[in-house]
Design a protein around this ligand. Structure first.
Ligand code: GAR
Length: 200
């Protein structure tokens, strides 16, 4: 199966879904490593509990941004990933990192891109007043949430929604979308032509 390295900064519910999926051999991919920028990330505990090697690469441990960029590139490289999955990873990766895994880094974002990119996709969608939002799995390029879109799922906004409640509903859809999309990409491959990405 394909080797996945998951990068996560937070609680790791998307990572948990991937760890559950990879238990089944037929999934065609397995998480071989988890890397976080935060030593206190719940995602690191989830990895340990699942017997998956995990490592924290904290900016606090590096002299500057360039050194951290190199540190995280090397930390991911040692796992020899076929695919790198950003699952709630809240930092921008350097062009050098992306060049090391060309077209092989995918991200999940809690909005229907190209609407509401960035760190506050749920809050921004709510503030704008959209009635429909959702989640997007896309290839990572040098921009912020600008890469070719692989899959999306829609989630309605409710009249009295708050950010946390809406985000929780998005995350339910997001976990299924991410698990299904990563599995299909790992098993069938990904074709990208210009802005258009297609599985198979
Ligand atoms: C997810 O909703 C993910 O899309 C979002 O953080 C959450 C992480 O949840 N990522 C971003 O906003 C990236 N800009 P998790 O830690 O429970 O998987």
């Amino acid at each position: 199966g394909a080797r996945l390295v998951v990068l996560a900064s937070g609680g790791g519910s998307n990572l948990a879904a991937l760890l559950a999926a990879h238990e089944d051999e037929a999934y065609g991919a397995r998480v071989v490593g988890v890397v976080s920028d935060r030593p206190d990330a719940g995602a690191l505990d989830l990895a340990r509990d699942a017997g998956v090697t995990s490592v924290a690469v904290s900016p606090a441990d590096f002299a500057d941004r360039a050194a951290w960029d190199q540190g995280i590139t090397e930390a991911v490289e040692v796992f020899r990933p076929d695919w790198v999955v950003l699952a709630g990873f809240m930092r921008i990766l350097s062009p050098d990192f992306l060049a090391r895994f060309p077209g092989r880094v995918v991200n999940t974002h809690p909005a229907l891109l190209p609407a509401f990119p960035g760190a506050h996709g749920v809050r921004d969608a709510l503030a704008y007043g959209v009635k429909m939002t959702g989640c997007t799995v896309h290839v990572v390029d040098d921009g912020v949430d600008t890469g070719p879109i692989i899959a999306q799922a829609a989630v309605p906004v409710l009249d009295d929604d708050e950010e946390s409640a809406l985000h929780e509903r998005i995350k339910v859809a997001e976990r299924s979308l991410l698990v299904e999309t990563v599995g299909r990409v790992a098993r069938e491959g990904l074709r990208v032509e210009g802005r258009r990405a297609a599985i198979g």
